[in-house]
Design a protein around this ligand. Structure first.
Ligand code: GLN
Length: 483
């Protein structure tokens, strides 16, 4: 029996039929992690005892009863570390409470199990910005898993997690999902509470699921959404059962192809896979419509002003006073702050704090921050106009398959361009999903390619339905890496 390979949906059936118990799942998973995590580096830490204890009392009649979910290391789970991939919090911080998303998953019967590696404070696209270790792509161990939720994608794609939570500020769920061959969903901004998620850029951050199948994604989403009095940006909207409309097909669905997204510089295997997927959607009864998102070329620049600006404010709390790393060097208060932060943060985090502080400083505020806010509005309006014509928007998720470790990590601009297709959904607050749509062949290795579907505000149901129809009529999601 190797239950680590299974989806939530299939495990649920077997649990309910009493073929297996939650303890069997945790035990199998722990074995798989022990065998393959040394190569993959997906998990930073795991408390098997705690998971076994919770599994032993799990109520399998609940919707996620007895299902272990692996958690990105920036989401608080009581009693567990929450390092954010940073030396700042490693060994100096234990979460004193559960994030709302964890409270809700537990209420549905799920068992949080394991802490997943990530780019430091979720800044990056390869997980190489983690200060705490290397995470590898299950399809080629010489390559990155994407980021910043690289541990989440690598664990799910590498079948050492059943499903995982990630966070997405500019693509950090969808891009690694695409590179590791799994399904990643970023909900509408405000759908899922950010309470207990360590803040990167608060107006963009959303928690979401990384799963093996679209159905699992819908199932997890059911238990993540909802108004939360602890996060004032959560929306007071009814939460549908996202699994119920999944199977009704996509006849007549209008799918928009934004002309600005089909540009030079995209890897030929990605272009080919997305072109073939477009034809496939048409064969399922969808109507393909050309649309325009004219401010697409401002997306990356806008994001890399706003996200660092918000990060510089959010990271001010890491001052060595209340929690986290504290310098051993004696000095006055200013020296204390400077030494603490110089020692605790890695280079990319420092770069973002500098950038963010600069664009917010008097004299530059209007030229950068305010201008970026205006550009953000234009980007949002582009989508509103496009969604008058179409129901969903289709594009590649990432411009290329997984890079080799070290290939782009020394070039911040190349790294930032990884987000060119994913950022706009965050800036506009829209739901978006990445599903596997093919493979690139690189040096004899198959590397997964993903497609992205963006939906209108609060319309996760439609992108899930379209993704499901695609997935079920293709075989991409059935392929498994041979590690
Ligand atoms: N790669 C982007 C960044 O570095 C997005 C990160 C994210 O979504 N957390 O900011």
């Amino acid at each position: 029996m190797n239950l680590a390979n299974e989806s939530i949906t299939s495990l649920r059936q077997r649990l309910v039929a009493k073929e297996i118990t939650p303890t069997d799942i945790v035990t199998d998973l722990a074995k798989a992690i022990e065998a393959r995590n040394p190569a993959l580096g997906s998990y930073l830490s795991i408390d098997v005892e705690a998971a076994l204890k919770e599994a032993s009392t799990a109520d399998v009649s609940q919707p996620l009863g007895g299902i272990p979910i692996a958690i990105k290391d920036n989401i608080n789970v009581t009693g567990q570390p929450c390092t954010c991939g940073s030396k700042f919090l490693q060994g100096t911080y234990t979460a004193p409470y559960d994030a709302t998303s964890i409270v809700q998953l537990r209420a549905a019967g799920a068992v949080p199990m394991g802490r997943l590696n990530m780019d430091e404070f979720a800044m990056g696209s390869t997980t190489e910005n983690s200060a705490l270790g290397v995470t590898r792509n299950p399809w080629d161990l010489e390559r990155v898993p994407g980021g910043s939720s690289g541990g989440s994608a690598s664990s799910v794609g590498g079948h050492i997690a059943i499903a995982a939570l990630g966070s997405d500020t500019g693509g950090s769920i969808r891009q690694p999902a695409s590179l590791c061959g799994c399904v990643g969903l970023k909900p509408t901004y405000g759908r899922v509470s950010r309470y207990g998620l360590v803040a990167f850029a608060s107006s963009l951050d959303q928690i979401g699921p990384l799963t093996k199948t679209v159905e699992d994604s819908a199932l997890l989403l059911n238990h993540l959404c909802g108004k939360d009095s602890r996060d004032s940006t959560t929306l007071d909207e009814s939460v549908p059962d996202f699994t119920s409309g999944l199977k009704s097909g996509i006849k007549g669905l209008r799918i928009g192809l934004p002309k600005e997204y089909f540009i030079e510089g995209v890897h030929p295997a990605v272009s080919a896979a997305v072109a073939a997927a477009t034809k496939h959607f048409e064969s399922l009864g969808a109507e393909i419509v050309g649309v325009s998102l004219p401010h697409t070329d401002c997306g990356v620049a806008t994001y890399y002003v706003l996200a660092p600006a918000e990060a510089s404010a959010n990271l001010a709390r890491f001052d060595g006073v209340r929690y986290g790393h504290r310098t051993a060097i004696q000095g006055d208060l200013l020296e204390h702050y400077m030494n603490t932060r110089a020692e605790g943060f890695g280079p990319e985090v420092k770069r973002r704090i500098l950038l963010g502080t600069y664009v917010l400083s008097s004299g530059y505020y209007d030229a950068y921050y305010l201008k970026a806010q205006r550009a953000r509005t234009l980007i949002r309006q582009d989508f509103e106009k496009a969604f008058e014509q179409v129901d969903v928007i289709l594009s590649p998720t990432a411009p290329s398959p997984a890079h080799k470790l070290g290939e782009i990590s020394n070039d911040p601009l190349k790294m930032y361009l990884e987000d060119v297709f994913t950022i706009a959904a965050n800036l506009a607050g829209l739901p978006a999903i990445s599903v596997p749509c093919g493979f690139a062949d690189e040096g004899g290795k198959k590397l997964p390619v993903g497609l992205q579907l963006v939906g209108p505000h609060l319309d996760e149901a439609t992108i899930l339905r379209a993704a499901y129809a695609y997935e079920q009529s293709t075989d991409w999601h059935k392929a498994k890496p041979s590690i």
